[in-house]
Design a protein around this ligand. Structure first.
Ligand SMILES: *Cc1c(COP(=O)(O)O)cnc(C)c1O
Length: 396
């Protein structure tokens, strides 16, 4: 039978309904441990001679269901769920790297990923270089004999710079490196890096996968052999596991991922068109903009342009903050991908730890705000933005 389309697979489940009284929704196994029939069964399970659950840090049926679904959506052999996006990032990288190794990282990666790399550099002698992965030649120039991994985030926050995945994967394969892609901003609905040849995909499931702002969680997906090792090492022994209820919430959120993403993308398109006409708004950064430097790459690599827009408010930090304070539909908060539109000020929030000079180089000025366009009525979002711009300018 032909494999069903992604939007159908998002909704349908793997679990055997007959074993669960025909339950339509996923059963929630909110339990820390599993009772054995007898001591011998416990022995057999721990020895790996009998399959079955033992203890929820080592596996839980609700979590397994989420992992199967995520593997299916990302076209991966296996997936492992974590208690946060950062637990997934660190779990995969610790699995792939050892002391003396080197990793090449796309410039502008998520702040805590950068923090993690700094920490392992200092404590465990795992070196890294940040670089703009703009061409195969540029990448190859930076590859050293110790380089093991290419770590990519695309698009990147908040500048929306893209990395050409096909190009990066080709360069990496020729050098025998493994490619890890943080796919948080796109979700598997807009971009599936493994189908292009990447080895691992990581998600902060906190964002679009959950979609409802009520969970912190992460996913890693990739080859079965690696995922099984990750499960038995960096997940089991470091312990960044997901709770069953959080896994259940993600399973529920995933059912509407396709319709949510379509709406996020449509609303962002609408808001972009309106922002373009505003005098006080400049430097709008949105991959759907025909004048965006990487518009064609976004078009070929992603199914749609996503729900994030960054833009500058004329008047610097004071104007940006005054504008944010006047919003009422749009909420002032970090994170993204929720039903609610969220706005944040990268230079004083998500990127405040980045030295000012580096921020400037990345284009993160004090005037820049980043909007995660939500699922509200697009005109209501726009009216909120418009009145806030007007009020902010009366005040400053
Ligand atoms: C939020 C985020 C993370 C970290 O995820 P948490 O769930 O907050 O731990 C990693 N990468 C990207 C791109 C993110 O946006």
């Amino acid at each position: 039978m032909k494999k069903k389309e992604l939007d159908t697979r998002l909704i349908h489940s793997h679990f055997d309904r007959q074993q669960h009284h025909g339950s339509l929704a996923h059963p929630l196994y909110q339990t820390s441990t599993f009772v054995f029939d007898n001591a011998e069964q416990g022995e057999a399970r721990f020895a790996g001679n009998e399959s079955g659950y033992m203890y929820s840090r080592l596996g839980n049926p609700t979590v397994t269901e989420l992992e199967k679904k995520m593997a299916d959506l990302e076209e991966a052999e296996e997936a492992v769920a974590f208690g946060s996006g950062m637990a997934a990032v660190s779990g995969v990288l610790i699995h792939l790297l050892k002391s003396g190794d080197h990793v090449l990282v796309s410039e502008g990666v998520y702040g805590c990923t950068y923090g993690f790399l700094e920490m392992v550099k200092e404590k465990f002698n795992i070196d890294f270089d940040l670089m703009q992965m703009s061409s195969e030649a540029a990448i190859k120039e930076r590859i050293r004999p110790e380089t093991k991994v290419l770590y990519v985030e695309t698009p990147i926050n908040p500048t929306m710079k893209l990395v050409d995945l096909k190009m990066v994967i080709k360069a990496a394969k020729e050098e025998g490196l493994r490619v890890v892609v943080d796919n948080t901003f796109s979700s598997p609905y807009l971009q599936q890096p493994l189908t292009l040849g990447a080895d691992f995909v990581i998600h902060s499931a906190t964002k679009y996968i959950s979609g409802h702002g009520d969970v912190i969680a992460g996913i890693a997906a990739g080859p079965a052999e690696d995922m099984q090792t990750i499960r038995m090492t960096t997940q089991k022994d470091i312990g960044g596991v997901i709770g069953p209820f959080d896994a259940w919430l993600l399973l529920r959120g995933l059912k509407t991922l396709a319709v949510r993403m379509d709406r996020h993308c449509d609303n962002a398109r609408f808001i972009f068109e309106k922002l373009k006409e505003e005098q006080s708004v400049k430097n709008i950064i949105y991959p759907g903009d025909k004048n965006f430097a990487q518009h064609h790459l976004a078009k070929s690599q992603m199914k749609d342009f996503g729900g994030l827009i960054s833009f500058e408010i004329e008047g610097g930090k004071k104007a940006a903050q005054a504008f944010m304070n006047e919003l009422s539909v749009v909420q002032v908060a970090v994170s993204l991908g929720d039903a609610e539109s969220l706005i944040q000020h990268p230079s004083t929030m998500t990127h405040s730890v980045v030295p000012e000079e580096d921020r400037k180089k990345m284009g993160i000025t004090d005037s820049l705000v980043r909007l995660s366009v939500g699922l509200e009525n697009a005109e209501d979002i726009w009216q909120d933005i418009k009145q806030a711009l007007e009020k902010a300018y009366m005040k400053i």
